[in-house]
Design a protein around this ligand. Sequence first.
Ligand code: ZN
Length: 180
Amino acid sequence: MNIAKDKVVTIDYSLRDEAGELLDSSEGGEPLIYLHGNENIIPGLEKFLEGKTSGDSISCTVLAAEAYGERDESLVFKVARKDFGDNVEVAPGMQFEAHGEEGAQIVTVVDVLGEEVTIDANHPLAGENLHFEVKVVDVRDATEEELQHGHVHSEGCCDDECDCDDECEGEGGCSDGCCN
Ligand code: ZN
């Protein structure tokens, strides 16, 4: 079976930045299972996987614009130290989850100067060209329920006891453990 929209795809992968530093890998852990064509993974990688089948290996570079986007310097701005709360340590390099109009996002502390904290709300991988090594492990049809939800239901998850609904928005759908 070939990878196409609405197929459930299992891949082993490793992700490196342009300098070759390993950022993420499924090695030693679970492979990634996702629903193709449903914005579960970055668009650039889906393009490279389209049409591939079990056993295929690909090596590709996804440009920033088709990965986590270009950096937007207007997303680097100052906030008040007190916004983080009194008992929270705030130091450069620390990351926090912020909840804004577009849902949860990661912000990174760039600098702390007295009561002023400079944060960067770009995705930590924004502006990065990403290099993937991917091996396609399995391709199958999605179930009706998976298509309705727009993500994969892995085994043992999302059964009758599991209250999985549209709130379940983990990147890998239920396979992220959000329904457990
Ligand atoms: Zn679901």
